[in-house]
Write a protein that binds this ligand. Sequence first.
Ligand code: HEC
Length: 142
Amino acid sequence: MNIKLTAAALILVVAIGIWGCAQPRDPSERWYTAEQVTAGKPLFASYCAGCHGDRGQGGKNWERPQADGSYPPQPLNGSGHSWHHSLVSLEKTIARGGTHPGATMPGFADVVDKQQRLAIIAAFQDLWGDKIYAGWLRRGGL
Ligand code: HEC
């Protein structure tokens, strides 16, 4: 093969590679599988819905601290700020419980294992629209 052609082919391959990396991730392609969502839904219903709502809608006036200074359960359906937290941090919160002073959320480390905690996250992230999910990715969710 002639050298110029080989060089041109090489440049093309590198250019396609760079272009590919620069493409934003498609938010309709989620980190989790449909199986994880299916596994997470009943766990969410058993352990989380009582406080965060059956559709993850959160408690009333969740943005305002209560009389004792603690916060009501935030929405997990994408309307709150759960999308400001990375996957690692969401998983930690579920394992260890609430982070604000006086937080009433218990830790679930002894109740659900890591795989189940990730399935629960998949179940509530599946309620997030693509725009919220894309924002989460941009903030370094993964
Ligand atoms: C007893 C009520 C209660 C239960 C049960 C509960 N939570 Fe919470 N959760 C809260 C409260 C209250 C907060 C706010 C805590 C704080 O201020 O630090 C919270 C905060 C969170 C946050 C942080 C949200 C944010 O926007 O910062 C996540 C994530 C979360 N909960 C997930 C879960 C999941 C998943 C479950 C089920 C495994 C669960 N919670 C069960 C009450 C609860």
